[in-house]
Design a protein around this ligand. Structure first.
Ligand SMILES: O=c1ccn([C@@H]2O[C@H](COP(=O)(O)OP(=O)(O)O[C@H]3O[C@H](CO)[C@H](O)[C@H](O)[C@H]3O)[C@@H](O)[C@H]2O)c(=O)[nH]1
Length: 346
């Protein structure tokens, strides 16, 4: 089934974040009837209200942890993009139950409220950290994916299609390493690098929005969509930022933080064995078998498939010059360069 948001009502949980703001603008450009933003922070909502000045956007102060607030916010809604989450790895390590409350139970509330209100489609935003998770944030997101898929498995006749997207690090997102490196360089300090050989996927905000739109257009219940992405080492990333700002590439190696993985995985080899390849995107379908495995013995498949996961160590790797070019495409980086020296921005 394909969907259009033209004239429809859309709810974005966590709608004042980087993803939410970009998505709201896109929806407004495409003629959405109403966008509801559900989030906890009234000040951020007020900033957004003044910036957008569009009365098709309605603001609901509330928390996905509170079922009643999600139920109210999703009343009369056609589609939900669920972005509200606790996302910082170190803070979730210190407060894992908070990650469970928001990322697992909050997501269950969103799915349940959507079902109750007859919402047509819910796209749930997940992360590469949910695959082979080692930290509380990734574990809670993995459980969120399971909650979304269980809805599909347990409600085969539901009017609500629930699907997931999984993406890697979004360049320049709030609190992430690229703005941190830039701040450090501006303050005359060397960028702090955890482990120069650590690898991460690189995605733009637009890439993440396109992935959500792809899922929204193509999802069958319980699907997980992944966007193929390039990767780099954090050492090369820091060097690239130094080169852009024309400072010597001297790195301050600080060691790995709580719960960090050396490399991130977007799709496990087991998932790749089942996945459909759409060029830029992969679809991992729901395993919709029931618990009576005996039914499947005669037609059971042996686990043939790729021998490797798709991870940030074996993904196409960008070197320093390519990272420099990629960073130059980011509006925030261009603005910083222009402030520092209009010649560097060119
Ligand atoms: O001072 C620092 C801080 C981080 N890093 C490294 O830079 C990479 C990226 O770190 P981020 O903090 O930007 O991102 P994380 O991979 O830790 O992921 C976190 O930030 C992401 C933002 O891009 C998402 O929000 C994600 O959900 C959240 O867990 C990691 O290898 C990290 O070790 C450094 O080298 N130096």
């Amino acid at each position: 089934m394909t969907y259009s948001t033209n004239g429809r009502r859309v709810l974005i949980t966590g709608g004042t974040g980087s993803f939410g703001k970009t998505m709201v603008r896109r929806l407004l450009d495409r003629g959405v009837g109403e966008v509801r933003v559900l989030s906890r922070d009234e000040a951020k909502q007020d900033d957004m209200r003044r910036q957008l000045g569009d009365d098709r956007v309605r603001y609901h102060v509330g928390d996905v942890r509170d079922y009643d607030s999600v139920l109210r916010a999703s009343r009369g809604i056609d589609y939900v993009f669920h972005a509200a989450a606790l996302k910082q790895v170190p803070s979730c390590e210190f407060f894992p139950l908070e990650a469970v409350r928001t990322n697992v139970l909050g997501s269950a509330n969103v799915v349940e409220a959507a079902e109750r209100n007859g919402v047509g489609s819910v796209v749930v935003l997940s992360t590469d950290k949910a695959v082979h998770p080692v930290n509380a944030m990734g574990m809670s997101k993995a459980m969120m994916e399971k909650v979304a898929q269980a809805h599909a498995r347990n409600n085969p006749n539901s009017a609500t299609t629930v699907s997931c997207v999984r993406y890697g690090n979004v360049m320049y997102s709030r609190g992430s390493v690229i703005p941190l490196f830039i701040e450090q360089i501006k303050a005359g300090r060397a960028p702090t690098v955890t482990d120069p050989g650590m690898t991460r996927f690189l995605m733009s905000l637009d890439d993440s929005v396109e992935l959500v739109e792809h899922a929204f257009q193509h999802a069958r219940p319980g699907d997980i969509f992944i966007r193929k992405a390039v990767a780099c080492t954090v050492g090369d990333l820091a060097e690239a930022v130094c080169e852009l700002f024309d400072v010597p590439a001297k790195l301050d190696v600080i060691g790995v933080r709580h719960g960090e993985k050396q490399d991130e995985t977007l799709a496990s080899r087991e998932e790749l064995a089942q996945a459909d390849d759409f060029g830029d995107f992969l679809r991992v379908p729901l395993d919709a078998r029931d618990l009576n495995y005996a039914l499947y013995v005669s037609e059971g498949e042996l686990g043939r498939g790729p021998r490797e996961d798709f991870n940030s160590a074996n993904a196409p790797r960008l070197g320093v010059p390519e990272i420099v070019e990629l960073l130059r495409t980011l509006p925030e980086v261009r603005a910083e360069l222009a402030l520092r020296d209009p010649v560097l921005a060119c």
